[in-house]
Design a protein around this ligand. Sequence first.
Ligand code: HPA
Ligand code: ZN
Length: 331
Amino acid sequence: MRSPLTTLPKAELHIHIEGSLEPEMMVALAQRNGITLPYASVEEVRAAYQFENLQSFLDLYYAGAQVLQTEQDFYDLTWAYLQKCAAQHVRHTEIFFDPQTHSDRGIPFEVFHSGITQALKDAKTELGVSSALILCFLRHLSAEAAMATLEQALPYRDSIIAVGLDSSELGHPPSKFQAVFDRARAEGFLTVAHAGEEGPPEYVWEAIRLLKVSRIDHGVRCVEDPALVDYLVEHQIPLTVCPLSNIKLCVFDEMAQHNLKQLMELGLCVTVNSDDPAYFGGYMAENFQAVESALGLTPEQLVQLAKNSFKASFLSPAEQQPYLQELSTYI
Ligand code: HPA
Ligand code: ZN
């Protein structure tokens, strides 16, 4: 390879902006906003990040997000993440945000939306990082609440490319949100959904057939259903895989057991992503490094992952082309 791994140009397609809240910023924003955290120090916050499954993480993630109150807070959060992108050669990022995590505690849509989008604009001009925004519905809440959230987002639709589905997967299948996603597509949004992280292959089928998603977030349990693997390969429906997340949330016991390499060798369009980097121990470069060393990925496979990240993005083919061209010179 021409240069070290971290300099590969790449796109990130699975990052929850609330999950980029580093403990240092959590403590600083708590102080700034007069909020008392149940931790005495940054070290105590970090020490609490021992998760058994998705739900045990979500409980802390929603508690941490409470420190985000003002437009400036959302700006600072997003800007810190975008600076990481620039440092790690992430040239394009498609960012999830969870409106219900904020509006349900009285923060107006305008406040978090302005803070996030102003940082995205500044990153384009000051850091050369392009972006898109994906609104996620919290699937543990009702379909009616998701529909109300979609309606709140309509005045901001020009700044939001897609809708997605996150939070507690088991017991909340994609079918619960079919009407909301029908409406979202009718309003012009693309769709994605978390499926097959903890949930069964059937949830991946539902996301494809009922929600008509452009890509599947996680999807690693697809290997349990050979017909599903065939379908994903045939239609090249991308998976946004999050290796460090999968280890922290015990989807796999250790990185050496992760099926990312197997998925690639089956012909799936696999991408590498950070999910909630402040909680799971790393951003894009750390995720690439972790799979490279644990799974013994070849330089060709690493470049393929970077190429897949642009191909699976919502950039137009003309926008993808310079990145794919640059990557083709790497081997
Ligand atoms: N899975 C589901 N919901 C989430 C996640 C995740 O990894 N991160 C933030 N919300
Ligand atoms: Zn996620």
